[in-house]
Design a protein. Structure first.
Length: 131
C-alpha cells in the first residue's frame, strides 16, 4: 500500500525546514504532532495523522533541522505494514482512526544537522501556526 500519495502531502512545503529548531514531539492514538520554530521565528505545528509507526535514532545534542522530506518508499513503511498484516484481521480490519483507514502511508523524514533522524509513517499531514 505504500507508494501512494497521502492526504495533505503538499503541507510539507508550508514549513521552512532548514535551520528550524525542534520544539517538541507529542504522540497520541490519532496523531504525532511535531512543533518546530522556523529560522524566521514563526512556530509551526505539523500533524502526522493516522500514524502507524515512528522512530527517532541517534539524537545527541542538536535540535536544529537540516532537511525534511516526504517519501512513499522506505523500509520503515514496509516494516509497519508487515507487522500490521501479521495481526488477526491485518490491514482488512478497521481502525478507530479514519485517516489510518485510508490505508495509504508515506514517511516524513526529518534530518537534524548532527545526522540524527526522526521518521514518522502517516496517512495524512497538516500544518498550522502554533500559538
Amino acid at each position: 500500500m505504500s507508494g501512494q500519495s497521502i492526504q495533505g502531502a503538499v503541507a510539507i512545503h508550508q514549513v521552512l525546514w532548514p535551520d528550524a529548531e525542534l520544539e517538541s514531539v507529542e504522540i497520541d492514538y490519532d496523531c504525532v504532532t511535531i512543533v518546530v520554530r522556523e529560522s524566521t521565528g514563526q512556530t509551526k505545528r505539523i500533524k502526522c495523522l493516522g500514524h502507524i509507526g515512528y522512530e527517532c535514532l541517534g539524537i545527541w545534542d542538536e535540535a536544529i533541522i537540516e532537511t525534511a522530506t516526504l517519501s512513499s518508499v522506505d523500509s520503515l513503511i514496509d516494516c509497519c505494514i508487515e507487522l500490521i498484516e501479521r495481526r488477526p484481521g491485518g490491514l482488512e480490519a478497521a481502525s478507530g482512526n479514519p485517516e489510518r483507514n485510508r490505508r495509504r502511508w508515506n514517511l516524513l523524514s526529518i534530518i537534524f544537522i548532527d545526522g540524527s533522524e526522526l521518521k514518522v509513517v502517516a496517512a495524512g499531514l497538516s500544518v498550522e501556526m502554533a500559538r
